[in-house]
Design a protein around this ligand. Structure first.
Ligand code: DER
Length: 233
């Protein structure tokens, strides 16, 4: 099975948890893409009714509109029934790294307002420790103002780890939907206690949000060569 087929399998399994009338957080990324498509398909054929989608990015908002999924936002729906989203890394405690697609702020806001967060991944995303896979970045959303100073503060707080500004396809700094920058931290070693690391990052004024989703996932659906595994918190 290709990685894409595994992503689709996990996505379709997650959409089985969607009931008519739900207020749904719609994730961002190549795996969530399949879940949003599937929801659109089930709405079109009448299997699902009265769904409101709360998109976690402008990209997902466009996809939902193109599929005819009714959309709204957190101001109108401050409590969601369920969010479905992908992840870059999942540890044994179902803690996540997310944000390599640049949508972590809106994802964390919307998924933090959801009664349930179902994460959909292919088995390559499973790790023992977050952020320790060499070469894989921990995304941190920062304000553009003096981002270099903020990056330096992060570097100093985490044993001089490498911190790089994400560059977009146009060679300019990547801009999030919120007009912020993303810096990528390469720990290459064990971050240690995730909550301690999170608190340290949030003490830096220029940091808006980071890609560790600690204790947020309620279910993780993993698609692997041997089929689907569902992990519950
Ligand atoms: O950027 C994000 O938060 C995405 O959800 C990411 O974590 C997973 O993207 P993928 O499904 O394309 O691997």
């Amino acid at each position: 099975l290709t990685q894409d087929e595994l992503k689709k399998m996990a996505a379709y399994k997650a959409v089985e948890l969607v009931k008519s009338g739900m207020i749904l957080g719609l994730g961002t990324g190549s795996t969530s893409y399949y879940a949003v498509n599937r929801i659109g398909e089930l709405l079109k054929n009448g299997t699902l009714k009265n769904i409101i989608g709360i998109p976690t990015s402008l990209k997902t908002k466009q996809q939902a509109i193109s599929l005819g999924i009714p959309i709204s936002d957190l101001d109108s729906y401050p409590v969601l029934d369920l969010s479905i989203d992908g992840a870059d890394e999942v540890d044994p405690g179902l803690n996540l790294v997310k944000g390599r697609g640049g949508s972590l702020l809106r994802e964390k806001m919307i998924e933090g307002a959801s009664k349930k967060l179902v994460v959909i991944v292919d088995e390559t995303k499973l790790v023992e420790k977050l952020g320790s896979s060499t070469g894989l970045a921990m995304p941190v959303e920062v304000v553009p103002f003096c981002w270099g100073y903020t990056a330096e503060c992060l570097k100093r707080l985490f044993n001089g780890c490498e911190v790089k500004l994400r560059i977009g396809g146009d060679g300019k700094p990547f801009k999030t939907d919120n007009e912020n920058y993303i810096v990528e931290m390469y720990f290459g070693e064990d971050i240690g206690d995730l909550n301690v690391a999170s608190d340290k990052m949030h003490r830096i004024v220029g940091v808006v949000e980071h890609g560790m989703f600690i204790d947020m996932a309620t279910t993780v659906i993993v698609a692997g060569e041997r089929g689907i595994t569902v992990k519950h918190k």
